[in-house]
Design a protein around this ligand. Structure first.
Ligand SMILES: C[S@@+](CC[C@H](N)C(=O)[O-])C[C@H]1O[C@@H](n2cnc3c(N)ncnc32)[C@H](O)[C@@H]1O
Length: 131
């Protein structure tokens, strides 16, 4: 992303191994001073304000962890929430995933009255929620 040098990028994952891997990647790319990587559980930790919060392919995992996960997702302090869902399996098959996750998103966020945009990529369906 062509962000200004002063832009702060913070990445979190609940999985310690994933965090270690991301730290190594950032270091290899020479981005370790611009990007902080840490363990974090979106369901129980608090995060500082960010202009944009990216939650890529996370929601299908959260639905198995807490009933009120949509409420927690909407409480993140940010201007935009960018939520994505996978629409192709690892083997490349789509098996109706786009329609399934689009319906799921619409159902889960049915009460949300703010502005929502949808983008479609070959492997992910993306929803941008303006708060
Ligand atoms: C399907 S992977 C997507 C990884 C990455 N965002 C991407 O787009 O490739 C889902 C990730 O969510 C992480 N995760 C699952 N539950 C979480 C939680 N409660 N808080 C933070 N991260 C979580 C998993 O460890 C995993 O790395």
């Amino acid at each position: 992303m062509s962000l200004p040098k002063t832009a702060k990028y913070q990445a979190y994952d609940i999985d310690v191994e994933e965090v270690g891997f991301l730290m190594e990647v950032m270091s290899m790319l020479g981005l370790q001073n611009q990007v902080s990587v840490d363990t974090g559980d979106i369901l129980s930790d608090s995060f500082e304000y960010a202009d944009v919060v990216f939650l890529f392919k996370l929601l299908p995992c959260l639905e198995h962890q807490a009933k009120n996960y949509i409420e927690i997702v909407l409480k993140q302090m940010c201007k935009f929430l960018v939520i994505s869902y996978p629409i192709r399996s690892l083997s490349g098959k789509s098996r109706g995933m786009k329609d399934f996750y689009t319906r799921e998103f619409r159902r889960q966020f049915a009460e949300y009255k703010g502005n929502i945009k949808q983008l479609l990529f070959p492997t992910e369906a993306v929803f941008i929620i303006e708060k």
